[in-house]
Design a protein around this ligand. Structure first.
Ligand code: AMP
Length: 493
């Protein structure tokens, strides 16, 4: 037997995972650890700190969830009786959004179903009482979003002084949503001697520096997403154009009328670009919605649901916000601006061409981004180092993308068949801001549209940029103040 085949036949039992967990997972057909789990388990089960670079879909949840389950003392055991305060939380898992918290708690409940470990899910936008009652009855593991966790700690319902395992899940999304100060506050409430595991799809500077401050000799583990690489060239038609900022909206409006065009994701660099483009497309008759980190949780979920349920078929998104989009039949991905690097490029275009289907990826490169595009092109070996200058009227645009001749930049009335974003219910879940997503029908028709100075092509990202400015602590403070005022609940989701 080769080393390779040996690895593939290892089961969770081979990693010293407790029998109850192994058998609960086996009932769900989870038998062989994914690579991130195989790497994480030995280190985490030994109580060491971990920084895991992994995103949803890699199996990271069980990577930290199994060690958390296994290292807490469950009621009925001797270790539980010997705890300083039985029933007070021993593990704290912090997630940026309600849906992630719920998903993580569900995975843990499945894995721990035979252990008697109590898991509480604590998030905002819901009544306090049931969560308080659950904490009062006693729990071993708490999974929650930062705002509500802090609230309940302040109200003395959530006791954190006996926590000895902390997991920070999707740390980069917490950064993007402005929650890092809240996370740091939570870390200051738990004992210094503890195990800390941090998971993040990307490792921006503030996440790395937080890890440095709050972790002890962490081991770095990284899980590549097989969807990002390899398959891309085979299933995805990739076209790259040097485009002019003032013509991009018109080009997109024509591309959106290409034959066979179905669900489409358009990536922008900034939140404001996402809002502005969604507005523009709606005014041209398309069923579009925007999704980005400044929208409240309810608004983000509304846009995602509308996209999944086919009420809108164009989603304009920033990178981080797009991470939760798990839709297999996206036919087109459009990069409104050249992505940061090859990994961002591959990740974005990997949203199409999934599950054996064909996809099309269109990338606009501004003049000033040509050098960056050249690096991406070289890294992925696409062979388009000099993207051809292209206008909305260029014949090759129509030919490359199967756009019917004579197509203009407005969707003809008889083709406007989608219900639009407003057809999807907006739940008030609170969030970074109580802002609604942009959707069809929100702006008075025929009225004057608020004029915003165009950022396109300027190379500047202004206050809505994905860069450092929007993450300034002043900005975060402002956002949080507004959030509290609006919802009366400082919780994240
Ligand atoms: P995650 O990245 O943790 O959200 O996991 C992605 C999905 O993979 C979840 O639905 C898990 O239930 C599933 N999963 C996790 N680990 C395994 C495994 N070792 N074998 C099969 N499925 C798994």
């Amino acid at each position: 037997m080769t080393a390779e085949t040996e690895t593939t036949t290892l089961t969770f039992a081979d990693f010293d995972v407790r029998e109850e967990i192994v058998s609960s997972l086996a009932e769900k057909g989870i038998i062989t650890p994914f690579p991130i789990q195989a790497e994480t388990l030995p280190i985490a089960l030994a109580g060491n700190d971990i920084i895991g670079q992994a995103k949803t879909g890699t199996g990271k949840t069980l990577g930290f969830g199994i060690p958390a389950l296994q290292r807490v003392a469950a009621p009925g055991t001797e270790a539980y009786q010997n705890l300083p305060s039985p029933g007070s939380p021993q593990a704290l898992i912090v997630a940026p959004t309600r849906e992630l918290a719920v998903q993580v708690a569900e995975d843990l409940k499945v894995a721990g179903s035979q252990m008697g470990v109590r898991i509480a899910t604590i998030y905002g936008g819901r009544a306090y009482e049931p969560q308080i009652e659950e904490l009062t009855r006693g729990v071993e593991i708490v999974v929650g979003t930062p705002g509500r966790l802090i609230d309940l700690h302040r109200q003395k319902h959530l006791v954190l002084k006996n926590v000895n395992i902390v997991v920070l899940d999707e740390a980069d999304e917490m950064l993007d949503l402005g929650f890092l100060p809240d996370v740091e506050k939570l870390l200051s409430y738990v004992p210094e001697v503890r195990q800390t595991m941090l998971f993040s799809a990307t490792m921006p500077g503030p996440v790395v520096s937080m890890a440095r401050r709050f972790m002890t000799k962490p081991t770095h583990i990284s899980a590549a997403d097989p969807e990002d690489f390899g398959v891309t060239k085979k299933d995805i038609r990739q076209v790259v154009y040097r485009a002019h900022s003032l013509d991009k909206d018109e080009m997109i409006a024509r591309i959106l009328q290409a034959s066979g065009r179905g669900r489409t994701i358009i990536f922008t660099r900034t939140k404001r670009q996402a809002d502005k483009l969604a507005d523009e497309l709606i005014s041209r008759g398309f069923a579009a919605g925007a999704i980005h980190g400044d929208l409240g949780q309810g608004a983000r979920e509304q846009a995602l649901r509308a996209f999944r349920n086919d009420k809108v078929d164009v989603l304009v998104a920033t990178d981080v916000a797009a991470r939760g989009i798990d839709v297999t039949d996206v036919t087109h991905v459009i990069n409104y601006v050249c992505p940061e690097d090859e990994s961002a490029y591959l990740h974005r275009i990997g949203r199409t061409g999934r599950a054996g289907q064909k996809g099309t990826a269109v990338t606009f490169v501004d003049w000033e981004d040509v050098p960056r595009w050249k690096l991406i092109d070289k890294a992925i070996g696409l062979g388009v180092s000099e993207p051809v200058e292209t206008y909305s009227s260029s014949p090759h645009l129509f030919e490359d993308l199967d756009i019917p001749k004579g197509t203009k930049g407005r969707l003809p009335r008889h083709k406007r068949s989608k219900a639009g974003l407003e057809a999807e219910k907006l739940e008030d879940l609170g969030g970074p801001e109580d802002r609604k997503p942009r959707g069809r029908g929100e702006r008075p028709r025929g009225g004057s549209r608020p004029r915003r100075r165009s950022q396109q092509g300027s190379g500047k990202t202004a206050e809505d940029s994905a860069g450092s400015k929007e993450r300034s602590s002043a900005g975060q403070r402002r956002r949080r103040r507004r959030r509290r005022r609006v919802s009366g609940d400082s919780s994240a989701s």
